[in-house]
Design a protein around this ligand. Structure first.
Ligand SMILES: Nc1ncnc2c1ncn2[C@@H]1O[C@H](COP(=O)(O)OP(=O)(O)OP(=O)(O)O)[C@@H](O)[C@H]1O
Length: 340
């Protein structure tokens, strides 16, 4: 089986702006793959190229071996897309929206109706099946986008910031659902600004910046690329900064508190304790903090992207963290969409 997604030297230019710069990326069948990057990194452009909403300027892009332009229909039929924007036809009851979508992909009417009901149940808004999109709450709208992506039973599910602006309960529901789908064999490509989401869900993540792939790794591999900090509280303040050559990248002293930056806190801590004791210091307390993916992300992209965030702190209060630009557009299939 060819990879779910395979791009080679993919380029997209919008006039003078190179939104994708020789991007080569492979997502294997069955993977849960994350695409991370600051605003404007090119994540949505990458997705739009795969689904035919954006015409590439150069390079190649294939979905399960089908060229996204030459074999457009086969490639598109394999993909279910839950986009960032709410681009749903607001004049029809939502079950009809789903039936239209299935029909567009060649699914007969009876089966389309059955599938519509099935996916509405799966995302938990079956009781709203006769309501119009406009009448749904923000969270229900997100659920509907997912239902619409699932109604064609896609082999590749693409989720473009699926949990933007949703409360903590829905975020967890969505995580559970997409995990189940992945376990059932659906390949998933997820873009997100929530590092915690990528860490929790993804087998591998690609970090993008300014249209380029910066790195591809598992979340654990990424974390090993960072440094750890060992914080030591001494019984009394040291007269001078201890010399810990050979393994400490940086040592800072503040009163009786010592912060030592090392590659691997777990394996270095015993040696550090020995050295400090040999120097005559008495240790009161020690704590190791691992580099977070968030810090590594900032390191790799040089971006203090304020939209890249851990979700748990703010969403624990049920906060809605990001105000989605609720653009009520009619759903447009690529044929009708202005391909750019
Ligand atoms: N239709 C367009 N015309 C011109 N420029 C565009 C168009 N679409 C995107 N861009 C530009 O291409 C670059 C990549 O944008 P894109 O939306 O792909 O980034 P992104 O990583 O998805 O960002 P975000 O995280 O903010 O959604 C940006 O500089 C953006 O302004």
């Amino acid at each position: 089986m060819p990879p779910a997604i395979e791009t080679t030297d993919l380029v997209k230019e919008y006039g003078d702006l190179r939104a994708l710069q020789e991007l080569s990326l492979t997502v294997e069948e069955g993977e849960f793959f994350g695409l991370l990057g600051p605003n404007g990194a090119g994540k949505t452009t990458f997705i739009n190229t795969l689904v035919g909403l954006v015409r590439k300027t150069g390079g190649e892009a294939r979905v399960f071996g089908h060229d996204v332009e030459d074999d457009y229909q086969q490639a598109r039929d394999a993909i279910g897309l839950a986009p960032q924007e709410f681009n749903v036809d607001r004049f029809f009851p939502i079950h009809e929206v789903l039936e239209h979508k299935a029909g567009y992909h060649g699914i007969p009417e009876d089966e389309a109706a059955e599938r519509a009901d099935e996916v509405l149940k799966r995302v938990g808004i079956y009781d709203k099946r006769d309501e119009r999109f406009d009448w749904l709450s923000g969270g229900m709208k997100r659920r509907l986008l997912l239902a619409r992506a699932l109604v064609t039973e896609p082999d590749l599910l693409i989720l473009d910031e699926p949990t933007a602006g949703v409360d903590v309960q829905l975020r967890h529901d969505l995580w559970e659902l997409v995990t189940e789908l992945n376990e059932e064999g659906t390949t998933i490509l997820l873009t997100t600004h929530y590092i915690e989401e990528a860490e929790r869900l993804c087998d591998r993540v690609a970090i993008m910046n300014e249209g380029r792939k910066v790195t591809v790794a598992t979340p654990d591999e990424l974390k090993t690329r960072g440094t750890d900090t060992i914080s030591v509280r001494l019984e009394s303040p040291p007269a001078t900064t201890p010399e810990l050559d050979g393994y400490a990248h940086e040592v800072t002293v503040s009163g009786n508190q010592l912060e030592v930056r090392v590659d691997d806190g777990g394996s270095t801590a015993p040696r550090l304790l020995n050295d400090l004791e040999a120097m005559g210091h008495e240790i009161a307390d020690l704590e190791i903090s691992r580099t977070s993916l968030e810090e590594i992300f900032v390191d790799l992209t040089g971006s203090e992207d304020r939209t890249v965030t851990r979700s748990s702190a703010s969403s624990a209060d049920g906060d809605v963290e990001e105000n989605c630009d609720v653009e009520q557009e009619r759903e447009r299939e690529p044929e009708q969409e202005g391909v750019v």
